[in-house]
Ligand binder design. Structure first.
Ligand code: ADP
Length: 172
């Protein structure tokens, strides 16, 4: 039984996600990083890739495991007996969505509490989306993601960055 679930897309896992899990694991004891799979959503990395990247990033952190789930997080919580859903909060813009989700989850599963953890200052601007945006334009995402994720992004965007560089060179 895992005490806590940290759900998200993790497309891909970033240093901000890792910071949250490192901070909550000593409090919760056991945490499952739950990769959500939504067939209606477009991802850069497949669910298998996102799982492998997360597992590699979390290797060596005790009490943490990675799992995949399609559907409501509260259903996974009920199935495994987890009592806490962990979410990270960065800017005020995250707040409204998280408030709605926490209250909806409370309605669906009153036994499950949402635990909101503020992003550390050095990671509050880091998101999977901004990291992808930077990487696909050939910028460095060093320190914003683990080294193996940086490599995976470089590989995934290699052709696109090559084309971009060629166009930049050709420009007057
Ligand atoms: P989702 O699509 O569910 O938002 P994400 O993978 O983007 O999935 O994020 C999972 C959780 O991690 C969310 O609660 C999000 O707010 C939080 N999070 C993302 N980036 C950071 C960060 N840099 N610092 C703290 N929390 C973060």
């Amino acid at each position: 039984m895992a005490a806590g679930i940290y759900p998200g897309s993790f497309d891909p896992i970033t240093s901000g996600h890792l910071d949250i899990i490192r901070r909550v694991q000593p409090i919760l004891g056991e945490v499952t990083l739950l990769i959500s799979q939504n067939s209606k959503k477009q991802y850069l990395f497949s669910v298998e890739e996102r799982k492998l990247l997360a597992e590699e990033a979390l290797r060596g952190i005790p009490g943490v495991k990675v799992d995949v789930h399609e559907g409501l997080t509260v259903d996974y919580a009920k199935k495994t007996g987890a009592r806490v859903i962990v979410r990270g909060l960065r800017a005020v813009s995250d707040y409204e969505y998280e408030l709605v989700m926490a209250n909806m989850n409370k309605k669906l599963a009153p036994m499950v509490e949402t635990m909101i953890v503020f992003a550390s200052p050095e990671f509050y601007y880091v998101s999977s989306n901004t990291v992808k945006e930077v990487a696909q334009n050939g910028g460095s995402v060093k320190d914003l993601v683990p080294a193996h994720v940086e490599k995976a992004l470089e590989t995934r965007y290699a052709d696109r960055v090559k084309d971009l560089r060629a166009r930049q060179k050709g420009a007057p």
